[in-house]
Design a protein around this ligand. Structure first.
Ligand code: ARG
Length: 466
């Protein structure tokens, strides 16, 4: 069955049909297509184009069809070009000629744009829950380590001590921004293309606003040509998932480092680690590596859709059929990655002693010395110089900063006195960092409370009915 046979002699070539078919991937839009059809049937009836009796038969048949799709009793076949064709076939099988009335005032162009918006808006909420779960697992671990010292790094070199809770929350903040981006995206995506027809609107007295409300959109499209051309919502969605993929890859990379022999900061639970087929001793962080690796396809999806859209003339072009697979793949990928990462983080053991021991290594308290001098009135430029000399002195003799004798301190600089040793402990360095957003235990506890509140808000957005 075709939706467009009338002006053609003979059927399509096999090669055309095989290139053109999309039903094997757009079938997952079926429930949304049927929801759109029900809304459309109602405005056709309002416009006097279906009698009340026809409307109720139509709605009943669409409900039955939805149930058959759900149960698998009705299935698309490769002979159905796309989901819209398959469902019209299903409706005709149930209703006979009455089924043919539904297409009035509607085209597959506005239909497919509507279906994909509905699908992505629903699944964005499921995605948000998956992100919130991972953020929740990180936050819970952070709660255990609000005061656990760790060696903070820049350039993967020991820089200054931090608390490990602060470090874990530094991975939560990007996820909170991802959640916020999804909500922001959703607001712009809540626009209904139905009523646009193929491109020019309809001469039939339809009511696009009513259709929009019925389908949970905030409004109908302002311009019928834009309504069928616009795929910003797909590109934006893929940007959100690509950036999320980048965030997950950075978390994954750190877990790989943390679980290495060289770091030894974290041990993964056996259920969330893998072994080697030849080396019996191995315990690998494959989840973290796959999270890191999957970023590639998430970024690829965004690039594919932007490239497909670039230079496309208005309005609908068949190129746009290429928008769906990357979006579906991004969702499928994240549906696998997020729960695995969440379980891995929730069950990992943090080796607090290893972290605490590593925190002061590499003269990471040198900044404390410089700040000490600044508090005494020394210009930071000079304080930096003096502290540099102290570090060089220690490095040459294999000493730690606090091990330098009183005379040697004064010899390095008259400004250095034994009082400096009071700032030369990891605990005092951490406790001194109290300003909002810093790494000290008090500031981290405050951050933790804010994160929990934001996560609750995101969860509520994702599950408004609960
Ligand atoms: N399968 C098409 C797509 O995904 C549906 C819209 C087709 N419209 C058309 N005029 N051929 O874009």
């Amino acid at each position: 069955m075709k939706l467009w046979g009338g002006r053609f002699e003979g059927g399509p070539a096999e090669a055309l049909a095989r290139l053109s078919v999309s039903v094997h991937f757009d079938w997952r839009l079926a429930a949304y297509d049927i929801a759109g059809s029900k809304a459309h049937a109602k405005v056709l009836a309002d416009a006097g184009l279906l009698t009340p009796e026809e409307l109720s038969r139509m709605l009943a048949a669409l409900d039955e069809l939805a149930a058959d799709v759900e149960s698998g009793a009705f299935q698309a076949t490769p002979a159905d070009e796309d989901v819209h064709t398959a469902l019209e076939r299903g409706l005709l099988e149930k209703l006979g000629p009455l089924g043919g009335k539904l297409r009035a005032g509607r085209s597959r162009n506005d239909q497919v744009a509507t279906d994909l918006r509905l699908y992505l808006r629903d699944h964005a909420r499921l995605l948000a829950l998956g992100i919130a779960d991972l953020a929740g697992a990180l936050t819970e671990q952070a709660g255990q380590h609000v005061a656990t010292p760790a060696p903070g790094m820049t350039h993967v070199q020991h820089a200054q001590p931090v608390t490990f809770g602060h470090w874990l929350l530094a991975h939560v903040q990007p996820l909170l921004r991802d959640l916020d981006r999804l909500r922001d995206w959703d607001r712009r995506t809540a626009v209904s293309p139905l009523g646009a027809g193929a491109l020019a609107g309809s001469s039939l007295p339809l009511d696009p606003e009513r259709v929009a409300k019925e389908l949970g959109f905030t409004s109908s499209a302002a311009n019928s040509m834009d309504a069928v051309s616009d795929r910003d919502f797909v590109a934006e969605f893929l940007f959100v998932t690509a950036l999320l993929g980048v965030h997950l890859s950075r978390l994954g990379e750190e877990v790989v480092l943390w679980t290495s022999q060289e770091f030894g900061w974290v041990e993964l639970d056996d259920a969330f680690a893998t072994g080697s087929s030849i080396m019996p001793q191995k315990k690998n962080a494959d989840i973290a590596e796959l999270a890191r690796g999957k970023a590639g396809r998430l970024i690829g999806g965004l690039v594919a859709v932007l490239t497909m859209l670039k230079g496309l003339p208005l309005t609908y072009d068949r190129d746009m059929q290429e928008d769906k697979e990357p979006a579906f793949d991004a969702l499928d990928t994240l549906e696998l990655v997020l729960p695995a990462l969440t379980g891995m983080i929730a069950t990992m053991t943090v080796k607090t002693e290893v972290l605490a021991k590593a925190a002061p290594i590499g003269f990471s308290l040198a900044t404390e010395v410089a700040d000490y001098l600044v508090r005494k009135g020394v210009a930071f430029r000079d304080a930096h110089e003096i502290t540099g000399r102290l570090v060089a002195f220690c490095a040459a003799r294999g000493l730690e900063l606090h091990e330098v004798g009183d005379d040697d301190l004064v010899a390095i600089s008259a400004e250095l006195d034994p009082g400096v040793r009071e700032v030369l402990s990891v605990d005092s360095a951490l406790a001194a960092r109290k300003t909002p957003g810093s790494t000290g235990p008090l500031a981290v506890a405050e951050q933790l409370a804010n994160v929990e509140r934001e996560l609750a808000g995101a969860r509520q957005w994702a599950t408004p009915d609960q």
